[in-house]
Ligand binder design. Structure first.
Ligand SMILES: Nc1ncnc2c1ncn2[C@@H]1O[C@H](COP(=O)(O)OP(=O)(O)OP(=O)(O)O)[C@@H](O)[C@H]1O
Ligand SMILES: O=C(O)C1=C[C@@H](O)[C@@H](O)[C@H](O)C1
Ligand SMILES: [Mg+2]
Length: 302
């Protein structure tokens, strides 16, 4: 090849987006694994050979629907084409296959068995005497958490305050100055430190703690978790009653946003070991229900 030609080819590759180049490489390698010619794959995916060649060489910006057709023709998931970490080795692929189609109860058993195998589980031995209250804003984590800590004689820890101590500024400032990812790192560190320092404690956690799977896994593995539930209207009213009008500020859709967040997180909050609904009775009675459940789980006298 002429030197100028080599140079121009190298420029062409350098100009392509690395993600598209890697995507193309995965398509070629999967096609090879299936023993398909480009023509055969193009026919099966109902795309032109030209389109497929572009995809395989990282040219153009392939449409998501075309990618879906190619993944179906290759009998793999879109995640595999996109290079998701859970598809990046034979073992990952086999684990995915084992779990595909399992119902939620089986997945839960698999998760706890895996956590035990990896030494991060808690299903052996007595329940952790570290009680973590989770739930959306206004659920009652702080109020009920303090009451429970006093009743059990354990220290009470407000995780947001611990985060603020590390960061040297308020949660709002962390989020505004350093962003959501930095906030999540502080949150993880606060959970790790609480686990290390307090074998017995009641933790009030920030409402969004379930958003980070690694942090939430830590919490589930090392704490006795309780989901404090409430009706959306109660969440809203309680937060407003505390003088935080942010959810309402010039936002007529605040209630819908709150419901969406609650819906989006319900499946995660529901991983908690126990749950107490706080909208069905007044505070003192809710506390009695919480106290009874926690004492039963921790094998403490009623
Ligand atoms: N049945 C109930 N259970 C819990 N709290 C109740 C109940 N009825 C009324 N409340 C009131 O709701 C409020 C709950 O607020 P609290 O600050 O404890 O919630 P939180 O979960 O800590 O919220 P945040 O995530 O904003 O920290 C308190 O003022 C509490 O007195
Ligand atoms: O519910 C949420 O998403 C949040 C609740 C707060 O406690 C903080 O965790 C943060 O502001 C996010
Ligand atoms: Mg609170």
């Amino acid at each position: 090849m002429h030197e100028a030609e080599v140079f121009s080819r190298a420029r062409e590759v350098a100009d392509k987006h690395p993600f598209l180049l890697a995507l193309g490489e995965r398509v070629r390698s999967l096609r090879a694994r299936r023993g398909m010619t480009r023509k055969a794959l193009a026919q099966s995916a109902e795309v032109s050979e030209r389109h497929l060649a572009n995809l395989e060489y990282g040219e153009g910006n392939v449409s998501i629907l075309l990618l879906l057709q190619v993944s179906q023709a290759l009998q793999c998931s879109l995640a595999e084409l996109l290079g998701d970490v859970t598809t990046q080795s034979a073992e990952w692929l086999l684990i995915r296959e084992l779990l595909a189609g399992c119902n939620e109860a089986t997945l839960r058993r698999a998760r706890t068995a895996l956590a035990d195998l990896l030494g991060t589980g808690s299903s052996h031995g007595p329940r952790s005497q570290r009680v973590a209250l989770i739930g959306l804003r206004g659920a009652g984590k702080t109020t009920l958490g303090k009451m429970l800590a006093e009743d059990l004689g354990y220290p009470f820890l407000e995780l947001s305050r611990e985060i603020e101590k590390f960061a040297g500024c308020s949660v709002m400032e962390i989020q505004a100055l350093y962003g959501q990812n930095a906030y999540r790192r502080y949150e993880r560190r606060a959970v790790e430190e609480a686990i290390q320092l307090y074998p017995e404690a009641v933790l009030a956690t920030p409402g969004g703690i379930v958003s980070d799977a690694a942090t939430f896994n830590l919490l589930l593995a090392h704490c006795t978790t309780v989901w404090l539930q409430a009706d959306p209207q109660d969440h809203m009213d309680r937060v407003r009653a505390q003088g935080d009008l942010r959810p309402m500020a010039a936002n007529p859709e605040a209630m819908q946003d709150l419901k969406n967040i609650l819906d989006g997180r319900a499946d995660l909050y529901a991983r908690a070991l126990c749950r107490v609904h706080t909208s069905t009775q007044p505070l003192e009675q809710t506390f009695a229900l919480l106290r009874a459940q926690v004492r039963q789980v921790l094998l403490l006298p009623a």
